[in-house]
Ligand binder design. Structure first.
Ligand code: NAP
Length: 283
């Protein structure tokens, strides 16, 4: 194998340690304990695991981590009232409503109700707009974490040709904008693209599709950096990515594994955003 592995688990631990250190300082110097409240509606088993992980990570870095669990019969009006109460609560610096929501609730309406100053998921239209026009604001945690992974490789990004496969609002689109801000020449590929042709000429490949091993190892340009966001189950029921890992690692210079690559970074960057929200609340 030629590629070096980008160890997301280790880098995420480093980010969490940085956040814990700064949190200690914020408490000592300004008496502020960052507060993160995660709202979960209904009984989706994956959401339960994700929310549990976020609350645990929050407590580990020294935040006040709170989970609000509401029944799946909750109405949109009830959820909006809960969000508004959290907006008004000065001890809550970050609010996250776990998706998916039960079908009677429109996620866009809920996200737009969160105070942009507490939008630590970075999904609010104000956050998306700030990202788009290059102003400070909360960045969606998964692409934000990927930028940190890329930074840790030490590979210069300026002038590189990057392809982002996938155009979701939470991963693909913000990823493309962040790479553009680092002066990459960016292509966004999707289900109507010639993905192979785009991947073959890319120096940086970010795969955020959700299709098991869609991207073949032989498509990877020798020396490219490969970031695999995909979380799929393979035939043996194991977690696997959107990239054919073994064959891609023969050609890439750097590559993220699945699991242990992008995944751990998402929660770590949520902690970073919440710390930032707490710091800004006191300004
Ligand atoms: P999504 O909203 O389902 O978007 C998938 C994107 O992939 C769409 O833009 C779609 O194109 C494109 N696509 C689908 N099939 C394709 C094909 N055959 N060729 C090219 N493009 C194709 O997914 P998402 O929320 O961005 O998530 C993507 C993957 O990342 C999933 O596996 C998800 O589980 C994973 N994920 C991981 C993390 C993490 O923390 N590790 C976080 C978020 C997501 P169209 O727009 O044309 O339909």
């Amino acid at each position: 194998m030629a590629a070096q592995i980008i160890d997301g688990k280790a880098i995420a631990a480093k980010v969490r340690a940085e956040v814990a250190e700064e949190t200690k300082r914020l408490k000592a110097e300004r008496g502020i304990t960052p507060g993160l409240t995660v709202v979960r509606v209904g009984d989706d088993p994956a959401s339960k695991t994700y929310v549990g992980g976020k609350k645990k990570a929050a407590e580990e870095v020294g935040f006040n981590g709170v989970e609000i669990h509401l029944p799946d019969t909750t109405t949109e009006a009830e959820l909006l009232a809960r969000v508004q109460a959290l907006n008004a609560d000065p001890s809550v610096h970050g609010i996250l409503v776990q998706l998916p929501l039960p079908k009677q609730i429109h996620p866009d309406v809920v996200i737009a109700t969160i105070d942009p100053k507490k939008d630590v998921d970075g999904f609010h239209p104000v956050s998306a707009g700030n990202l788009f026009i290059g102003r400070p604001g909360f960045r969606p945690c998964t692409p934000y974490g990927i930028m940190r992974l890329l930074q840790e490789t030490g590979v210069p990004l300026s002038g590189k040709r990057a392809v982002v496969v996938g155009r979701s609002n939470i991963v693909g689109k913000p990823m493309a904008i962040m790479l553009l801000q680092q002066n990459c020449t960016v292509t966004i590929a999707h289900s109507k693209s010639d993905v192979r042709a785009e991947v073959e000429r890319a120096d940086i490949v970010v795969a955020a599709v959700g299709v098991l091993e869609l991207i073949k190892g032989e498509w990877i340009k020798p020396g490219a950096v490969v970031i695999d966001v995909g979380m799929n189950r393979n035939a043996e029921g194991k977690l696997a990515g959107d990239v054919e890992f073994k064959a891609a690692a023969e050609r890439a210079s750097w590559i993220t594994p699945v699991p242990g690559g992008v995944g751990p970074m998402t929660i770590a960057m949520l902690m970073k955003n919440t710390l930032e929200a707490a710091k800004q609340s006191a300004r």
